[in-house]
Design a protein around this ligand. Structure first.
Ligand code: HMG
Length: 378
């Protein structure tokens, strides 16, 4: 008999340590700041540094929740649409950095921002059929639309890591409904540096799929995939019972500061809600709506279990976000130019090495990535 009591045992998040304030972007793009901060609903965007990538961000997010379980992880699913290699899965680098046991299935999973949710459901099935084993699901992305594009204001970078196991101590995953509908709202062909986006179509497609699989019952708490904060307002309006304003506000708390992190955005919204909730949500049901352009979506629910508050780290997340350093427009443009050229380079060495990062990219040599751990911080 399968154990259906399966779900997320622990969850964590990481975002890079520098950001651009959207007031600076608005000034530079000759746009009213209210459009970005009210119309789009975002405050800041995290920016990736030259010694970081999707692997180092994933390692930073995963390290604390993986520690001590290296020998029981039989599956690593790395969800990303910012892949650094068309053949080798980013998870293979991550597996080594985290020191996981070798008899492990490691795969990269792709379907725009939905892949992490698809991976979570596959991990749940894996755990049900492999008693005693656990699965690591990571979502790590750099949302990069290019300078002077409509999507520029909705950029960001970050990673989410989740441990999936039987009898979880964070949340049980319940019924889910997936849907797929071939759309050309957002896609990035192999030869293209940034996505090709029809922003208005993407919003219509998101809302259409949400209406087709929306929750049948009114729910007090729902988290949505959040490409930008006001998208959640639009999504909430389509529910049988729209969210209370204070709940909606809580679901955006970290996302407004970080920007779109693609695959991790839905789960960052969950962490926002839990970190700012004014009461313990043990026993509560939280609706989760995942959307990935292209387009796929899934609606599912989580029920929070006793002791969930010790299975995520609101203080560490808050410190990570508030301790970031603000950079100016010139630095932003330089960082993004480095990011774009790095991912096309056969050989690359960052111009400086970090001292506050536990994991970092030391070099790319003949296309192969070399990572280092800062043992003093582990
Ligand atoms: P835009 O054309 O620059 O913006 O694109 P706009 O003209 O539509 O304005 C945005 C809002 O600001 C509007 O509000 C304006 O009224 C308001 P709305 O009518 O929508 O409620 N506004 C103002 N408000 C206050 N003061 C002002 C002012 N001026 C205007 N002065 C768009 C916006 C989001 C389309 C663009 O940034 C974009 O293309 N972003 C990327 C695509 C995206 O995020 N799509 C979301 C759904 S698809 C998705 O979620 C998947 C995704 O994560 C990728 C994946 O799955 O991999 C993106």
């Amino acid at each position: 008999m399968f154990n259906h009591n399966v779900g997320i045992d622990a969850i964590h998040f990481y975002t890079p340590k520098v950001y651009l304030d959207l007031a600076d972007l608005a000034t530079a793009r000759l746009t009213p700041v209210e459009k970005f901060k009210v119309g789009i609903g975002q405050e800041k965007m995290s920016l990736i540094e030259p010694f970081e990538d999707i692997v180092t961000m994933a390692a930073e997010a995963a390290y604390d929740i993986v520690k001590g379980r290296e020998h029981v992880i039989g599956l690593v699913l790395f969800a990303t649409e910012s892949g650094v290699d068309f053949s080798k899965a980013a998870g293979v680098y991550l597996h080594q950095l985290l020191g996981l046991q070798p008899h492990c299935r490691v795969l990269e999973v792709k379907q725009a921002c939905y892949a992490a949710t698809g991976a979570l459901m596959l991990a749940k099935d894996y755990v049900m059929t492999h008693p005693g084993q656990q699965a690591l699901v990571v979502a790590s992305d750099v949302a990069w639309y290019g300078l002077n594009t409509p999507g520029e204001v909705t950029q960001g970078a970050g990673a989410i890591a989740m441990m999936v196991k039987e009898n979880p101590r964070f949340a049980i995953i319940h019924e889910h409904h997936a849907i797929v509908d071939n759309q050309q709202d957002f896609y990035r062909p192999a030869y293209h540096e940034v996505p090709i986006v029809d922003g208005k179509l993407s919003i219509r497609s998101y809302k259409t799929l949400l209406q087709q699989i929306r929750f049948n019952l009114p729910l007090e708490y729902v988290c949505f995939h959040m490409p930008f904060a006001v998208m959640s307002d639009k999504a909430s309006e389509t529910l049988i019972q729209p969210l209370k304003p204070e709940v909606l506000l809580a679901t955006k708390f970290f996302n407004k500061e970080v920007g779109n992190i693609y695959n991790g955005s839905l789960y960052l919204s969950l962490l926002s809600l839990l970190s700012t909730a004014t009461k313990n949500l043990m026993g509560e049901t939280i609706g989760m709506f995942s959307y990935g352009s292209g387009a796929t979506a899934e609606a599912f629910t989580l029920s929070m279990v006793e002791g969930y508050t010790s299975q995520f780290y609101p203080n560490k997340i808050t410190t990570n976000i508030t301790a970031r350093k603000r950079v100016d427009m010139a630095t932003y443009e330089q960082l993004m130019a480095t990011y774009a050229s790095k991912e096309k380079s056969l050989n690359f060495t960052p111009n400086l090495m970090p001292n506050q990062h536990r994991f970092y990219l030391k070099a790319i040599v003949q296309g192969h990535r070399q990572y280092e751990k800062n043992q003093a911080l582990l």
